[in-house]
Design a binder for this molecule. Structure first.
Ligand SMILES: [Fe+2]
Ligand SMILES: [Fe+2]
Length: 288
């Protein structure tokens, strides 16, 4: 695409981001309170309690069987102590993102809840992989996984308008969708997602992991987290479930593997353990 035309498209995409609704004030306040080193169980519970749906969700997860506690907790404060601030932050983000991510995306040919199920699967896989690769904050990996494709919410309208053209490019150039997006709009959905995350005031570590999940070597904040999201997206995506050999999976980039210190054989082993690992996450799924 000529440079001028591409610059115009970039501006159009950026304008669409600025038209997005801001995050609910409750969620922003809770995220910044959890990131505040001075925060306390009391201050966090006060903010959680302002949101009825979040209160119910926090209690539900805190009392789920997989945590293995003998007694039920009935107050938000007890539930927060049991879960920890970081998991509460992931739950708040899940709840906030569940609405937009559940929309039907006609351009990407995703029905209602299509992107939401994909996002949940990647979030759970990323949480598990954080443990496998000794990444110190599995909850951060969960949140990054949940939000990694958020840029599709914006690019969907562009993709829908150009659908035939995109399919023709994929066929003739044999490149993945995100590269076609880059070719047509000057940025792919990952890059757009990173900008949305910045616009919504997410922590830099999250916006970086979102922005570079298809280019982990370019990550500036936490390349290992970005590589985990790239690998999680490759192994847990529905469309990659029936591949005969993992080397056919073009979503997993060699740079992600080198950042994680594994080869394709290592990926095969992880891939084989995935279904069993995912069972543990069923109680975290948010029923919509
Ligand atoms: Fe993606
Ligand atoms: Fe994805």
């Amino acid at each position: 695409m000529p440079a001028v035309q591409s610059a115009e498209k970039v501006q159009e995409v950026l304008r669409s981001i600025r038209r997005l609704r801001p995050l609910p004030a409750n969620t922003t306040a809770l995220i910044s309170e959890i990131d505040n080193p001075e925060s306390s169980t009391r201050s966090v519970s006060r903010l959680v309690a302002l949101d009825q749906a979040l209160t119910a969700y926090v209690l539900q997860v805190a009392n789920s069987a997989y945590l293995g506690y003998p007694s039920n907790c009935t107050t938000v404060k007890d539930a927060i102590v049991r879960l920890g601030f970081k998991q509460v932050r992931s739950l708040a983000l899940s709840l906030t993102a569940s609405g937009p991510l559940s929309q039907r995306l006609a351009g990407y040919r995703l029905g209602n809840h299509g992107l939401w199920s994909h996002s949940l699967a990647i979030a759970c896989a990323a949480h598990w992989l954080a443990g496998v690769f000794h990444y110190p904050d599995p909850e951060e990996a969960y949140s990054a996984g949940l939000l990694h494709d958020i840029g599709k919410l914006i690019l969907d309208q562009f993709v829908l308008a150009d659908y035939e053209k995109i399919m023709a490019i994929i066929q003739s150039e044999d490149i993945p969708m995100w590269q076609v997006e880059e070719e047509l709009y000057g940025m792919d959905h990952a890059n757009v997602g990173g900008r949305i995350a910045e616009y919504w005031g997410f922590p830099a570590v999250l916006s970086d992991a979102i922005q570079f999940h298809h280019a982990p070597h370019q990550s500036k904040v936490r390349p290992k987290l970005t590589a985990i999201i790239n690998l999680a997206n490759g192994i847990a995506a529905e469309e990659n479930k029936n591949l005969i050999h993992i080397s056919q999976n073009r979503d997993i980039l060699p740079s992600a593997l080198s950042l994680l210190g594994i080869d394709l054989l290592g990926v095969e082993k992880i891939y084989a353990r995935l279904p069993e690992a995912m069972v543990a996450y069923q109680s975290r799924q948010l029923s919509l």
